[in-house]
Design a protein. Structure first.
Length: 164
């Protein structure tokens, strides 16, 4: 396993947006997955609150955070990990830093790990809550993610053939 600082560094390398918005990983252990994003000039909007896109990104990132301890850093290059869908409900303005959190129990993690180890697609759902520094819920999300082994491209399946 690797710790939150290593996971944060890996995520920031994979997606430079996380570095730009100063996202930090607070927990990726014991079924609790949590990150924090400050309210600053880069993350704010014209209302002086955390921009909706930043709230979405923090909550969406939790799917990757859940997978990091499951697949480990050595398997990242052999996997395709992506969000399939996200539904977000903005409840109130985020007038401070935000904390996005999701719970993912060991039974769910074991099933995802088993599917990946068997070379199969692993699809999972994740509910996340985004709170402000006072603990008030500012947004909730429901997301579906997929992790699968990389597959060789099909001959003739490139974009140049798909566009008519």
């Amino acid at each position: 396993m690797f710790d939150e600082a290593a996971i944060e560094a890996t995520l920031r390398q994979l997606c430079p947006l996380y570095k730009h918005v100063e996202l930090s990983v607070e927990s990726a252990q014991d079924g609790v997955y949590r990150c924090r994003v400050p309210l600053n000039a880069a993350n704010g909007n014209h209302l002086g609150t955390v921009h909706a896109a930043i709230q979405w990104a923090a909550a969406e990132m939790l799917g990757g955070l859940v997978l990091m301890p499951i697949i480990g850093p050595h398997r990242l290059a052999t996997m395709h990990v992506a969000v399939r869908s996200v539904s977000i409900d903005f409840r109130r303005p985020a007038r401070s830093a935000i904390i996005a959190e999701a719970l993912f129990d060991e039974q769910e993690a074991s099933e995802v790990r088993r599917l990946i180890d068997d070379g199969k697609d692993a699809t999972f759902c994740l509910h996340a809550v985004v709170r402000d520094d006072n603990g008030e819920t500012v947004a909730t999300t429901e997301a579906v993610y997929v992790a699968r082994p990389l597959r060789a491209a099909k001959t003739g399946a490139g974009l140049d053939h798909a566009i008519v």
